[in-house]
Ligand binder design. Structure first.
Ligand SMILES: Cc1ncc(C[n+]2csc(CCOP(=O)(O)OP(=O)(O)O)c2C)c(N)n1
Length: 325
């Protein structure tokens, strides 16, 4: 697949930014600088970036408890995002959202979401609004393999077909729900077929390969945007960290993580494909690495010095008053 150079540079920069944002977040949690419960996306970057590179600011996404990657891929600025994780009033949600509730409505980021399969129903609502307004936008929900066992997900998929709305369900199969492998949790052999049985096309992607996800998501998004109703993307992927930061991962097989990092790394895959095609040089990619490292460093320095919300601001921006009807 051949893409414009600008697109290739951006895709790599986004994946690298997510990787470094997550690795640094891990370090800052372990040294006690960031409080709260955090789930890292490292290893799954190609999914978020492959999907979001098909979207505009006006399209919407709804994310999960493992949401940093989706939010960065959709265009959130890294510095206010890091400030949000540090609980600062200069954060994207003024320090009141934290890791699991990052939102940026102007960028079409309706929010991360701590409820497994909480995203698909919200995205059907957004998609219905888009259909009614005839604005040609699509609504994406990202969710994990665990979500495809939840009733809310089934209801959302069914309703999306009935209403014929432009919703795209992106299922990221990283093989685990918390500490349980899909082998123990899923009662069918083929999750893709289960999803498809709701009556919409599902496009399969290799979640360690940006190009594979970009292509599959492109087909699903085109289908939804054309007015043909919902579509799905099913990506096989792997998370490099535990379910949450601090998870000792006793449930993993010996060597599983080393194997994932070695053989299923989207950044390594992207570099290998650029080396083969010659479209980007390794020096150009190294320059992006340096740029990203500097940005992440700056984000942490700024976040550490940023103010916290004041006690009297605790209820501000939490409730909305819609006024009299
Ligand atoms: C409705 C609901 N049930 C249980 C939980 C607790 N919980 C949080 S994450 C998680 C596993 C989710 O697995 P998956 O959907 O595969 O996403 P992944 O963590 O693999 O990205 C569970 C059970 C929850 N947050 N919401």
């Amino acid at each position: 697949m051949s893409l414009p150079k600008e697109k290739l540079l951006r895709a790599y920069r986004q994946m690298k930014t997510i990787r470094e944002f997550e690795e640094r977040t891990h370090a800052e949690i372990m040294n006690g600088q960031i409080a709260g419960f955090t789930h890292l996306y490292t290893g799954q970057e190609a999914n978020a970036v492959g999907v979001c590179e098909n979207l505009s600011n006006e399209d919407t996404i709804i994310s999960t408890h493992r949401g940093h990657g989706h939010v960065i891929a959709k265009g959130a600025d890294v510095i206010p995002m890091m400030k949000e994780l540090f609980g600062s009033s200069e954060g994207l949600c003024k320090g009141k959202g934290g890791s699991m509730h990052v939102a940026d409505i102007e960028k079409g980021i309706l929010g991360a979401n701590g409820i497994v399969a909480g995203g698909p129903p919200i995205s059907v609502g957004a998609a219905l609004a888009q259909k009614i307004r005839k604005n040609n936008r699509v609504a994406i929900s990202f969710s994990g393999d665990g979500s495809v066992n939840q009733g809310t997900c089934f209801e959302a998929m069914n309703l999306a077909v009935v209403l014929k709305v432009p919703a795209v369900f992106v299922i990221e199969n990283n093989y685990y729900s918390e500490h349980t492998n899909i082998e123990y949790a899923v009662g069918c052999d083929d999750l893709k077929a289960r999803t498809e049985s709701f009556g919409f096309p599902v496009f399969v992607a290799d979640g360690a390969d940006f190009f594979s996800v970009y292509e599959a998501a492109g087909k699903a998004i085109d289908h939804a945007r054309s007015g043909s109703g919902p579509a799905g993307v099913f990506a096989e992927t792997g998370r490099f960290h535990g379910h949450f930061v601090g998870d000792p991962q006793h449930y993993r097989a010996d060597g599983e993580l080393d194997d994932l990092r070695e053989n299923s790394c989207c950044l390594k895959n992207f570099r290998a494909s650029m080396a083969k095609s010659g479209e980007l040089s390794q020096e150009e990619l190294d320059a992006i690495d340096a740029e990203v490292m500097a940005l992440i460093e700056q984000s942490v320095t700024e976040a550490k010095g940023a103010p916290r919300p004041l006690p009297e601001q605790v209820t501000e921006d939490v409730y909305i008053n819609y006024g009299a009807a």
